[in-house]
Ligand binder design. Structure first.
Ligand SMILES: [Zn+2]
Length: 294
């Protein structure tokens, strides 16, 4: 599937990165490269080509502490790290390494999918790290280990370990064969509609979540639902799980969180009168896939 944040052909070496000696070897590799972020939300892009800025690790190794680098993995035989710049470091860095800062969501429309996938991975880790400075059990400081993929409590009597979280979210193209059910949230631009979506709750199957969210947002009962595909959605840490679902009722009751929910025919959606989600999103993929089946 060719939407953003998917792919990347990255070997993450999840087990090997637990080994500090192995990780040190990757960090000593002079051919390793570093993807640079501004905080956890913006990426630095090489100008003018639409690709992530990659800095040879030897140029940065002396200037930043080793613990600042997050190990991403190996791509086409090359080791990749990520480094998130602090606010006070950005001016000096950009003076030495010219680049275009880009917000991740905007970068997703400009970058090739595998580059956007890498950016999403790096930003999601940086976001989690920025919120993992203290132990959630005893309140002591944490230290990052496993190449930045684990936060370990410094209190020896506690020793709790924390890992990056991913929040599952179902997103569904509900239809009755002839019409698709789309909605809009109050904050969206006028005329913009998208597939319904919502977070999975504890103790719920994905199918239960599809049925509950659809009922809450639209009052429509859903029967059969089929998993189509997924998309990491790093705003900040979701995984969108895409479904196509069969409506079993007709009358819409607009949910409290929605500005509007409507049925649309294929002709209406093709007419261009409805502003749909951007092409890099799984929402659009689900809609286009349904339109193509006419
Ligand atoms: Zn602790």
């Amino acid at each position: 599937m060719d939407f953003a944040f998917v792919g990347g052909a990255l070997e993450r070496h999840g087990e090997a990165r637990e080994d500090a000696g192995w990780l040190r070897g990757r960090f000593d590799d002079d051919l390793a490269e570093v993807i640079v972020l501004r905080g956890s939300r913006d990426v630095l892009l090489a100008a003018p080509a639409p690709q992530l800025l990659r800095i040879p690790l030897p140029l940065l190794r002396e200037r930043f502490e080793a613990t600042r680098f997050t190990y991403l993995g190996e791509q086409e035989g090359r080791t990749l790290f990520a480094l998130g710049l602090r606010e006070e470091e950005q001016g000096e860095f950009l003076a030495v390494h010219p680049a275009l800062p880009g917000e991740l969501r905007a970068a997703a429309t400009n970058l090739p999918p595998h580059e956007a996938g890498l950016a999403a991975f790096a930003c999601a880790l940086a976001y989690w790290q920025s919120r993992s400075h203290f132990c959630g059990v005893c309140g002591a400081h944490t230290l990052l280990s496993a190449g930045g993929h684990r936060a370990l409590c410094c209190n020896g009597a506690c020793g709790a370990a924390f890992f990056p979280r991913t929040d599952p979210c179902v997103i569904m193209l509900v239809n009755d064969g002839e019409r698709a059910l789309l909605g809009r949230q109050p904050s969206w631009p006028e005329g913009r509609y998208s597939t319904l979506a919502g977070f999975v709750e504890p103790g719920e199957t994905l199918e239960d979540a599809v049925r509950r969210e659809t009922l809450e947002e639209s009052g429509i009962r859903v029967g059969d639902c089929r998993y189509i595909g997924s998309q990491p959605w790093p705003f900040p840490a979701s995984l969108m799980l895409g479904f196509e679902a069969q409506a079993e009722s007709n009358d819409i009751r607009i949910g409290a969180e929605m500005a509007d929910v409507r049925w649309f025919t294929r002709d209406e959606l093709r007419s261009g009168a409805v502003k749909l989600s951007p092409r890099f999103s799984i929402s659009r993929f689900l809609i286009d896939r349904w339109l193509d089946r006419d």
